[in-house]
Design a protein. Structure first.
Length: 558
């Protein structure tokens, strides 16, 4: 017997027989639903036999037959009603289990988020992408036919999305392009570190989305619910359908605050803060200024995260302030990193380690934050050191800066575009999807092994734009991405270690060594971070001006 668990209340299975009832009862089920019409297959027991055997085993049974490939809205309603009336847990079956999984999906459409439904059925071994549009439509068959259609649809209006829209318009101004994003405000997230260090004002890092969408590009202010790549369609909340010739996927990461027990309840108070949120970065600076003595903890979750240096940038700027105000000797600093190294590219570690030493920071590697008790000011870490049994340790704090665990958004992870780990599956050079030739991805949600930074998106946008234009002209991809990412590590106020690297940790400096040696703290690199990068972001990158970001051509032999 194969029981495919969808929820605690329901499992589905292929065809069962009368002889299976004892095993079904012993597995804990209290009722069964038959979704296969009698006489569909020659070797199939009829429902009367199943019902008699079920009754004998003490199970309730219900007959809700559905013709294969013809699940009606009324069938889904009846299935949902049966689940409420029958004692659980329930086992539903048909020939393979697919009809039963489909009925459950549609019956739950009004009460559960679409990604939750798709994830539950996917985990049970059933792909519901074919009925995603109906699920989004509350379980009902959509009747609309007035689909909007564009040459290029871009999902996500962050750094990558707006940059690629601008780069496409600069190359081919006549393209009909739509950007899909529900957000009213666009944030320059690299600036939040500086807000948390008292250098930038929060307002400097935010502009209205409408002011940044390139002229002539349509803005669809909605959230994406699902993808139908075989039909070249994106399904929006409310079941509106947007069709495309070519699709670019770049919605950014999901910050999974809820993955740390107690964190959401205490963020923004009890000394717990994070520069990963616009509204909390000012609280970081408030805490730094107010701390006179005690323990300050800075945490970093497992990779991947966006801007891998940000957790320690918060530490450096905080410690530098305490150093300058004569308080450092009275403050104990801890850096709790779920990983095993200070920074992923070894060339930059000596300079960073020297600052950790200067500030007297204790480094605890393989320490992953799993719970926070804000009022008690206690943090719980899971420690997984190589060749050691996992253990949990508690640390007290007076201030704690948290970097949250991060993952691809739910609607990406359950989509046909995702790899097994939930990231959009692309060729790491061309950024084209490995399965769907008219889809590209850039930014934080795709699975190329590069650092997830705004600097990476700045280099990726022209590559995607160039390759889409080549595709429109019937040519093969012409541009390639080398994995470039940049992380300006603010080791003190006025100095930055400018880490620039590509795939495999290969250093890729933008400036000659006599100007900026990225392996050493530099005042010029600070000037770049503070004064030059914000206008480059707002006025060049988001407007299709590719200063120092022209794409590398694919060589004839490559």
């Amino acid at each position: 017997m194969q029981f495919n668990k969808v929820t605690d209340a329901l499992s589905v299975s292929p065809q069962i027989g009368a002889e299976d009832m004892a095993a079904i009862r012993d597995a804990g089920f209290r009722a069964i639903i038959c979704n296969r019409p009698d006489g569909e297959g020659a070797d199939q027991p009829n429902f009367e036999e199943i019902e008699a055997a079920a009754k004998k085993a003490g199970l309730e049974a219900r007959y809700l037959p559905v013709t294969s490939g013809m699940v009606r809205d009324a069938d889904a309603e009846s299935f949902g009603q049966a689940l409420m009336e029958l004692p659980g847990p329930v086992l539903a079956y048909c020939r393979t289990g697919t009809r039963s999984a489909t009925l459950w999906s549609l019956s739950q459409a009004k009460s559960r988020p679409v990604p939750e439904i798709l994830a539950a059925t996917k985990a049970a071994g059933y792909d519901m992408a074919g009925v995603a549009r109906r699920i989004v439509n509350g379980g009902k068959t959509p009747t609309d036919t007035g689909d909007a259609s564009f040459d290029v649809v871009i999902v996500g209006g962050g750094a990558g999305g707006i940059a690629v829209a601008a780069s496409l318009k600069a190359r081919k101004s006549g393209l009909e392009i739509a950007v899909i994003d529900p957000a009213e405000i666009h944030y320059y997230q690299p600036g939040w570190t500086m807000v948390g260090g008292g250098i930038f004002e929060p307002a400097e890092t935010a502009k209205t989305m409408g002011s940044l969408i390139p002229r002539g590009v349509h803005w669809i202010k909605s959230a994406v619910a699902a993808f139908e790549p075989k039909d070249n369609a994106v399904i929006l909340d409310g079941c509106r359908v947007v069709k495309y010739d070519r699709l670019v996927v770049c919605p950014g990461l999901k910050l999974d605050w809820a993955a740390v027990e107690g964190l959401e309840e205490t963020l923004g108070r009890n000394g717990v803060t994070s520069n990963y949120r616009y509204d909390l970065a000012p609280y970081t600076w408030e805490l730094v200024q107010g701390l006179k003595t005690g323990r300050a903890l800075f945490t970093q979750p497992p990779m991947p995260i966006k801007c891998a240096g940000a957790p320690q940038k918060a530490l450096y700027l905080s410690a530098d302030h305490w150093h300058r105000t004569g308080r450092l000797k009275d403050i104990e600093i801890g850096f709790c990193n779920a990983g095993g190294v200070l920074f992923g590219v070894k060339d930059y570690v000596p300079a960073l380690q020297s600052y950790m030493d200067k500030y007297g920071a204790r480094l605890d590697f393989f320490h992953n934050l799993v719970a926070v008790d804000g009022p008690a000011k206690k943090a719980i870490f899971e420690v997984k050191k190589p060749d050691h049994e996992p253990e949990r340790v508690m640390m007290e704090f007076d201030m704690m800066h948290v970097c949250p665990p991060q993952c691809a958004p739910d609607f990406i992870r359950v989509s046909p575009l995702a790899d097994a780990a939930g990231w959009v599956d692309v060729d790491q050079a061309t950024l084209r999807h490995k399965t769907y030739n008219n889809i590209w991805s850039l930014g934080d949600v795709m699975n190329a092994p590069n650092a997830k930074t705004a600097a990476a998106a700045r280099k990726q946008a022209p590559v995607v734009a160039e390759n889409i234009v080549a595709d429109i002209m019937g040519r093969e991809p012409v541009a390639q991405y080398d994995g470039y990412g940049s992380c300006p590590l603010t080791v003190e106020r006025g100095k930055v270690v400018l880490a620039e690297f590509g795939y495999g940790g290969v250093m890729k400096p933008s400036f000659p060594g006599f100007l900026i040696d990225g392996t050493k703290p530099s005042r010029l690199a600070w000037l770049l971070k503070e004064k030059m990068l914000p206008p480059i972001y707002w006025k060049a990158m988001l407007r299709g001006r590719e200063w120092m970001a022209r794409p590398e051509k694919i060589s004839a032999g490559g």
